[in-house]
Design a protein around this ligand. Structure first.
Ligand code: 5GP
Length: 176
């Protein structure tokens, strides 16, 4: 594997403060309703664990795993579900929780797929909104952190399955 170093981008403490803000907004927006949180595996698993513990409206949690075709570093919009949600979606208020929105192609595909099952509403919460390579406009209702570019790891995000367990978020910088 290429040699690289990890540069700190956002600390565990700052992430915690962002989660509190996001959960506060979600609690206000969904007051009197019940949410079905649909977490997109695997990168969002820590984000979901932290965020849901700060949400006070009733919720259920389920997971979907998506596999995008294309090169390792760039998706091409052809997506396959390798693990589907198991709870019923019809008539529910869905909060899709994604790790990173990059080109937007994966999420666009999944939101179109989900709409076919007639949920009452769909909102999207992304830990990271990475804007430089966005190809399709996706309305993101809740955003943890917006960055221009860079490959991030930690807090659930991986590089070749490594570094998910880092408590904060780091940027991978490849050595020349
Ligand atoms: P998109 O279809 O929006 O281009 O792809 C988004 C997916 O690519 C994310 O769910 C994530 O799995 C992966 N991805 C994009 N950027 C990064 C990044 O900086 N770090 C990591 N670990 N994964 C990324």
């Amino acid at each position: 594997m290429e040699s690289y170093r990890l540069v700190p981008r956002i600390s565990r403490e700052d992430l915690d403060a962002r989660m509190t803000e996001l959960a506060g907004r979600i609690n206000r927006d969904y007051a009197g309703r019940e949410i079905l949180v649909v977490g997109v595996l695997k990168g969002s698993y820590i984000f979901i664990a932290d965020l849901t513990r700060k949400i006070t409206v009733p919720l259920e949690v389920d997971f979907v795993r998506l596999s995008s075709y294309g090169s390792k570093s760039e998706t091409c919009g052809e997506v396959r579900i390798t693990k589907d949600v198991e709870l019923p979606v019809r008539g529910r208020d869905i909060l899709v929780v994604e790790d990173i929105v990059d080109t937007g192609l994966t999420l666009r595909w999944y939101l179109e797929h989900l709409r076919r099952f007639n949920p009452r509403s769909i909102s999207v919460c992304a830990l990271v909104d990475k804007i430089e390579r966005r190809q399709v406009q996706i309305p993101l209702d809740y955003i943890g952190l917006r960055i221009e570019k860079g490959f991030l790891v930690g807090y659930g995000l991986d590089y070749s399955e490594k570094h998910r367990n880092l408590p904060g978020i780091f940027e991978v910088r490849f050595n020349e």
